[in-house]
Design a binder for this molecule. Structure first.
Ligand SMILES: CC(C)(COP(=O)(O)OP(=O)(O)OC[C@H]1O[C@@H](n2cnc3c(N)ncnc32)[C@H](O)[C@@H]1OP(=O)(O)O)[C@@H](O)C(=O)NCCC(=O)NCCS
Length: 212
């Protein structure tokens, strides 16, 4: 069934789900969402679609998120649709997997979870990112979404190390990383610009478990 659309709204491209297809070379990397969508404890990671516009608009009321991603602050419905379209383009560009975090029972969107292949698969490393719509926070959504994302990451044989870069004040994100089994590795001083100034980042990382 194709997702519902709003008359006159920009169409959101929703490619069919396909076999996890990674064809990697130095110059080209094509990605597809997995057929078996990652899930954990009532939370499902799926592709974005039109029904997620309202959740994205709620996300855009967070003052921090627009500083660390492409979502405009207080996005309107069209800007939310453009954001959703950009998430699909991440796959086609080989940048990584951008999932909508949803309630596994109802499909209702709750947030976002991304696995970013910074530097390409050859590095064996990926970055994780996550956000939960303000109205759905404080219920363990991010921790469960990250657990599902990590499980998905280990289905990609090339990956051996996952990293999360977190501002030291962001205790919700630090708590999420710890729930996901990430370990603190250190403080990266003056690591990157956010909100017009250079900020420190705490590096959290998780390694692929050794086969038992
Ligand atoms: C960080 C964020 C994803 C947490 O989402 P959430 O669904 O509310 O998180 P959870 O309910 O799964 O909580 C994860 C842990 O952090 C703790 N936590 C979450 N928010 C917290 C807060 N505001 N203050 C203190 N602790 C908090 C929880 O108590 C939990 O730890 P616990 O199980 O030991 O109690 C959410 O606040 C968010 O989207 N923030 C803006 C985007 C962002 O910062 N993303 C991360 C960038 S690195």
């Amino acid at each position: 069934m194709s997702p519902p659309t709003t008359p006159g709204a920009p169409r959101i491209r929703s490619p069919p789900r396909a076999e996890l297809g990674i064809t990697a070379s130095v110059t080209e990397l094509r990605l597809a969402l997995p057929v078996d969508l990652p899930a954990y404890d009532g939370v499902l990671l799926r592709g974005f679609d039109e029904r997620d516009v309202d959740m994205v608009m709620n996300l855009a009321t967070d003052p921090y998120l627009p500083q660390i991603g492409s979502l405009p602050g207080n996005a309107d419905a069209d800007q939310a649709r453009e954001y959703i379209a950009r998430q699909w383009s991440r796959l086609s560009q080989g940048a990584g997997y951008s999932f909508c975090v949803a309630d596994a029972r109802t499909g209702t969107a709750l947030g976002t979870a991304g696995l970013w292949l910074v530097g390409g698969l050859d590095t064996g490393r990926a970055h994780v990112g996550y956000s939960v719509a303000p109205r759905s926070r404080g219920q363990g959504v991010a921790g469960r979404a990250l657990t599902a994302l990590v499980g998905f990451a280990w289905t990609i044989p090339e990956l051996h190390r996952l990293e999360a870069y977190i501002e030291p004040w962001n205790i919700g994100s630090i708590g999420t990383a710890e729930i996901g089994g990430f370990q603190r590795e250190g403080l990266l001083r003056s690591h990157q610009p956010i909100g017009g100034r250079r900020v420190d980042m705490v590096l959290y990382a998780k390694l692929r478990p050794e086969p038992s």
